[in-house]
Design a protein around this ligand. Structure first.
Ligand code: PGA
Ligand code: ZN
Length: 418
């Protein structure tokens, strides 16, 4: 059973505070987890509790969330069976008493939830993916690898937040990582040659000062070719438009500089045009989180050949996914455990999505850490894709490196791609 739970305030990859939790079981095994945080957060997400003390960490401190773990959650949970993950998560949800973890904060609750699961796995001398997924967990996900950042993730003029590649043509994860890294480095060289900055953004993608989405896509295609791969076959593209961020007064303002704004219908046609011109196989948050008409329209228009993925739109919430099912909006769901608030709820959202025929993609956050839980969760659920940023910056590579280790552990039994 649970012997002790202890939280502290640590830093995330952006240099802002976040919650780290350590759980110790009676058997002496202990494990920890660090909670991530988003920047382009959906309004329907669970609450990320911040102290709002302007003088401390610009208001971003998490002392209150830490206190909630140490003073409120820990006394309630100590003594519970460490293997009773659902019971542990339900007890915390009950203690919080709101739908969005508005009292204790999803950052305090999720930290405890993940640390309990990791400790339970350690007690059984099992890797986390095996503990959570059981004996049939064996698929390595195809990574959606960030190449260029825009939107809220960079301060260039790009309206779309992420331009990604998916190395779907290799027969194992390790080779997929190699292909991805080669394309990334070639892209760096091309940017350098064309006089652009090769500094990277918060998720490790390059953040060159360009303002055309098409130019960004063309540069990536150039890098794929330069690296010796065939765009559309070995390597395909993906976008996270994060359209909620440029939905202003009922219009999609793609470029404020050029005063380029589009209606829902025009934006859908623009995506269609881009998908015809470039081998784009996934579009995340193509429309605003409340533009249901846009989501349904985009799904009808492109859903047959492009994954239409909801992040801010579904916020890892079964009730939002249920609405999506009813209205036939989207074909894929991003799962971010901190949008849900507990591991149980994140897994339930993933299960619900999969049962409804949606593709499931576990995802990191902009503010992340050396914590690699989502790599294990992706393998546990045999998901087809994962989104863990660029192939640089230690908080991102930690998750790729974890998957490399898992693939090696699984040996011959591992599956990848098709
Ligand atoms: P976020 O970005 O962590 O800022 O929400 C990641 C994403 O939008 O996928
Ligand atoms: Zn997103």
């Amino acid at each position: 059973f649970i012997k002790s739970i202890y939280a502290r305030e640590v830093l995330d990859s952006r240099g802002y505070p976040t919650v780290a939790v350590e759980v110790c079981a009676q058997c002496g095994m202990a494990a920890g987890a660090i909670v991530p945080a988003g920047s382009s957060t959906g309004i329907y997400e669970a609450l990320d509790l911040r102290d709002m003390e302007e003088k401390r960490y610009l208001g971003q401190g998490v002392k209150k969330a830490v206190e909630h773990v140490n003073q409120t959650i820990a006394p309630q949970l100590c003594g519970m069976c460490i293997f009773d993950q659902v019971g542990i998560d339900q007890a915390m949800s009950l203690l919080d008493g709101t739908d969005n973890k508005g009292n204790l904060g999803a950052n305090s609750i999720l930290g405890v939830s993940l640390a309990c699961a990791k400790t339970a796995a350690a007690c059984l001398s099992m890797p986390l993916y095996r503990y959570v997924g059981g004996c049939f967990a064996r698929r390595l996900p195809v990574p959606m690898i960030t190449m260029i950042s825009g939107g809220k993730h960079a301060n260039n003029g790009l309206s779309f937040q992420e331009f990604m590649i998916m190395p779907a043509g290799t027969d194992c994860f390790r080779e997929g990582v190699r292909v991805g890294a080669e394309v990334f480095h070639h892209l760096g060289r091309i940017l350098d040659m064309e006089g652009y900055s090769t500094a990277v953004g918060a998720e490790g993608g390059y953040a060159p000062d360009i303002s055309s989405n098409e130019k960004a896509l063309a540069l990536i295609i150039q890098a794929i070719v330069k690296a010796g791969y065939q765009p559309g076959k070995d390597v395909v593209l993906a976008l996270d438009a994060a359209a909620t961020e440029f939905w202003i007064n009922g219009k999609y303002c793609l470029s404020q500089k050029e005063n380029m704004s589009m209606t829902t219908g025009e934006l859908i046609q623009y995506y269609h045009y881009l998908c015809d011109k470039f081998p784009i196989r996934a579009i995340e948050d193509g429309m605003d989180q409340d533009d249901w008409e846009g989501w349904c329209g985009l799904t009808v228009e492109l859903g047959q050949k492009v994954s239409i993925i909801g992040d801010d739109f579904f916020v890892s919430s079964p009730s939002r996914i249920q609405m999506g099912v009813q209205k036939r909006a989207g074909t894929g769901v991003l799962i971010k455990p901190n949008q849900a608030g507990t591991l149980t709820q994140a897994m339930a959202a993933a299960d619900f999505a999969r049962n409804a025929g949606y593709e499931v993609i576990f995802s990191h956050r902009l503010g992340d850490s050396e914590d690699t839980t989502i790599s294990d969760l992706a393998v546990a659920l045999n998901t087809e894709k994962i989104k863990i940023g660029a192939l640089c910056r230690a908080e991102r590579t930690a998750k790729y490196n974890r998957l490399l280790k898992i693939e090696e552990e699984l040996g011959e039994t591992a599956l990848y791609s098709h």
